[in-house]
Design a protein around this ligand. Structure first.
Ligand SMILES: C[S@@+](CC[C@H](N)C(=O)[O-])C[C@H]1O[C@@H](n2cnc3c(N)ncnc32)[C@H](O)[C@@H]1O
Length: 288
């Protein structure tokens, strides 16, 4: 794979007969990084297929293409001293100007304006609702920091969102971008074959998903719950909600606080859970 600017293929939309391919990509994504190869997983699995079908257009850009010195330098010492290096503003400014097609970052309001996202541990937490918000945007640009991060003047001028994927520190923004894109793109219509599986995912209704099973019906002395084999769709739906409620109450009680619960929901929470992990140990008292 070449390390120069656009490194992952632009895929021409395939207007197949299956109705799944749109007229153009539903989501356009640009990623700026000093390690384009780190983004290779974008060619795999559901996202790789979505790109091949023209649903999502992903382009990865090597930040060093916007350096002008022989060493292709992107970092320098921090003002004020201290350990580590900081990413210089010049290549980032030039890269963002080219990638977004904007001469100045304050040219808001244009329909062509992308949403610029800077992954950082000090950003707002990445959640399923933010994933849904980003999935509805036509164009996202991710800026992958390294070292101690990107010069703050670039972030202040260009970032629409600074986003954290959790309370820990990674070495760079590439994995954070992969995490966000995996969550965002599965919400783009057509990317996941069965749209209902996305609707039922954990967090979509504010609850964790309950236990799931497949064949064989008996495994290591444990049976699949009879109700799931009953064919009674109403009873199955109630059982699934009850298990989701019990699991959420046990593992993430903080999530329940934001929900309006019916009497049936409250009864479900008070009755024993199916899953051993949710039955035996002490309930969690807060966020994990
Ligand atoms: C070593 S980190 C810099 C950490 C920075 N000095 C701080 O303490 O906030 C380098 C880059 O990794 C990315 N990164 C690290 N942890 C992250 C997280 N939890 N969420 C999103 N991005 C993260 C960011 O792009 C960051 O600029």
């Amino acid at each position: 794979m070449t390390l120069d600017r656009v490194t992952l293929d632009r895929v021409t939309p395939d207007h197949g007969d299956d109705g799944s391919s749109p007229v153009g990509p539903r989501l356009k994504v640009d990623i700026i990084t000093i390690f384009p190869d780190y983004l290779a997983p974008l060619e795999m699995s559901l996202l790789g297929k979505a790109r091949a079908r023209g649903l999502v257009d992903v382009q990865v850009h090597d930040l060093r293409a916007w350096t002008s010195d022989v060493h292709r330098t992107v970092d320098d010492q921090p003002y004020g001293g201290g350990p580590g290096m900081v990413m210089r503003p010049e290549p980032w400014w030039a890269a963002l100007t080219t990638v977004t097609g904007r001469a100045r970052p304050d040219q808001a309001g244009s329909p062509e304006r992308p949403r610029v996202i800077v992954p950082t541990p000090s950003g707002r937490p990445f959640t399923q609702s933010l994933a849904a918000e980003l999935a509805a945007a036509p164009w996202l640009v991710f800026c992958c920091g390294r070292y101690e991060g990107i010069d703050s003047r670039v972030v202040e001028a260009w970032a629409d969102d600074e986003v954290s994927i959790g309370d820990y520190v990674l070495s760079g923004g590439e994995v954070a971008t992969l995490v966000m894109l995996e969550a965002v793109t599965r919400l783009v219509p057509g990317v996941v074959g069965n749209a209902e599986s996305v609707v039922d995912d954990s967090f979509s209704h504010g609850l964790l998903e309950g236990p799931v099973y497949t064949r064989p019906v008996t495994w290591e002395g444990q049976d699949v719950p009879a109700i799931l084999r009953s064919g009674d769709h109403g009873a199955i739906a109630r059982w699934r909600r009850d298990e989701a409620l019990r699991r959420t109450a046990h593992r993430r009680p903080d999530l329940l606080a934001g929900l309006t619960l019916s009497d049936a929901d409250r009864q479900a929470i008070d009755s024993p859970a199916r899953d051993a992990a949710d039955r035996t140990s002490e309930p969690s008292t807060g966020s994990p």
